[in-house]
Design a protein around this ligand. Structure first.
Ligand SMILES: Cc1cc2nc3c(=O)[nH]c(=O)nc-3n(C[C@H](O)[C@H](O)[C@H](O)COP(=O)(O)OP(=O)(O)OC[C@H]3O[C@@H](n4cnc5c(N)ncnc54)[C@H](O)[C@@H]3O)c2cc1C
Length: 401
């Protein structure tokens, strides 16, 4: 059997290694269009490679995927994060789990994962060709698959696994659409919010727990928020961007966010807290102590047009109301997005309705399989995107029919 794997990224390598271990006698080739292999693994997790997430219940795990939840419920029953950790341990790669559940190699170096994959590929005699872009796939009458490389050479394979990753432009998908697959239009996911000219940017580096709501949508996340020199980032924003990837693209990344700066309190409790401070802290000046980072608190006082040198008992009712409003209903216009440097992915891709989750085989073209980000699956940050790649590649690599 001759097997071609199109794409030398995370999913391509893991599919090839799985295939080689299930079918040691098959001839396997990885075809990569660029000169670089595993290039996203290299830069992933800020160079540390957040290889998976320590979530060991598949019903919990699927909740981290804005696209693909139902499909993955079935796929994860075959390969979970603990399976990947065991696989890595077997190859001698030691991993560690950070407090938030993200798993990294102990070396804190993505090269450890790359070296592991490259060594395994060599040991298993997997052929690797770079600068080999697959430009066309032509299913044959005998159920073999002919692929065209670099618009020139044609080669025929018994099975083909497509692991070409995400592509932001619709033009990157025509060759798969031409075969009859439905392509869910690609848009970016995992980005941060730009707030040009907004003075909040002066608070760059400030982080606090907050509730972020995109006005006039259902998007609503409570998590740490980070102020950056271009606007807002942090888990609250990244999760909003992931769950809202399509809605926010439709808004052309122009929208208003409402921030509740004390999300642990209801609006009524915030009002009560301010009233209590006015009576209990009456002699204290406002900017002395509050349950928020000092720079942020001063910024919000300024935004409410309140002198931070005032004492609590000097606050007029109207000022207290303004402060209350800003704490629970603070608004910022977002104008554009910036890709999160640690991780970004494509929302959209080959429709999951075209793929059998038990095998990853195309329902449209026999003997053609998919794995990784080329599928309409994406997760939030934290190692979930790699895990989807490992799981789908593990299933595809077995070449079940
Ligand atoms: C900066 C950054 C950091 C990230 N960090 C993390 C992280 O720490 N943890 C995490 O879980 N996720 C992370 N991700 C997401 C993760 O990298 C992807 O989800 C994952 O790499 C997808 O794997 P893949 O093999 O499907 O696609 P890719 O890794 O994109 O690989 C696809 C490969 O196919 C090749 N290719 C494309 N078209 C063709 C063609 N026609 N012919 C031949 N070859 C082709 C491409 O050149 C590429 O090498 C990060 C992403 C980015 C951009």
């Amino acid at each position: 059997m001759k097997i071609a794997i199109i794409g030398g990224g995370a999913a391509g390598f893991f599919a090839a290694l799985t295939c080689a271990s299930y079918h040691p006698d098959y001839q396997i080739v990885i075809l990569e269009k660029t000169t670089k292999l595993l290039s996203k693994v290299k830069v992933s997790g800020g160079g540390r490679c957040n290889v998976t997430h320590a979530c060991f219940n598949r019903f919990e795990l699927v909740k981290y995927y804005p696209r693909g939840e139902k499909f993955l419920k079935s796929a994860f029953s075959q390969f979970m994060p603990q399976d990947m950790l065991e696989w890595l341990a077997k190859q001698g790669v030691k991993t560690k789990t950070e407090a938030d559940g993200r798993v990294f190699p102990v070396s804190d170096d993505s090269q450890t994962i790359i070296d592991c994959f490259m060594n395994q590929a060599q040991n298993r005699h997997i052929q690797i060709r770079t600068q080999a872009e697959v430009t066309q796939i032509v299913p044959q009458a005998n159920q073999k698959i002919q692929i065209q490389i670099n618009h020139q050479t044609n080669q025929t394979y018994d099975r083909v696994i497509v692991t070409t990753g995400g592509a932001p432009k619709p033009s990157g998908w025509t060759w798969l659409a031409d075969l009859g697959h439905t392509i869910v239009p690609p848009v970016p996911s995992l980005f941060t919010f730009n707030m040009p000219q907004n003075p909040i940017k002066d608070l760059m580096g400030v982080a606090t727990q907050a509730n972020v709501k995109v006005v006039n949508t259902k998007l609503n996340e409570t998590a740490p928020l980070l102020i950056t020199h271009w606007g807002m980032s942090g888990p609250a924003v990244l999760r909003t961007s992931a769950w809202g990837a399509r809605v926010l693209a439709d808004l052309n990344y122009q929208f208003v966010v409402r921030i509740h700066w004390l999300p642990q309190l209801t609006p009524a409790e915030v009002g009560q807290q301010l009233a209590d401070l006015k009576t209990q802290n009456s002699k204290k000046i406002l900017n002395e102590n509050f349950n928020l980072p000092k720079r942020l608190w001063e910024f919000l006082l300024d935004k409410a047009n309140i002198n931070p040198e005032k004492r609590w008992n000097e606050l007029a009712k109207v000022e207290l109301n303004r402060l209350n409003e800003i704490l629970i209903n603070d608004r910022y216009a977002v104008n554009g997005k910036t890709t999160f440097k640690e991780e970004f992915v494509t929302c959209g891709g080959v429709s999951l309705g075209n793929v059998n989750p038990e095998t990853m085989q195309s329902k449209v073209v026999p003997n053609l399989y998919f794995a990784g980000e080329v599928l309409d699956i994406d997760g939030v940050t934290g190692g979930f995107n790699f895990q989807a790649a490992w799981t789908t590649a593990f299933i595809a690599g077995q070449l079940k029919t």
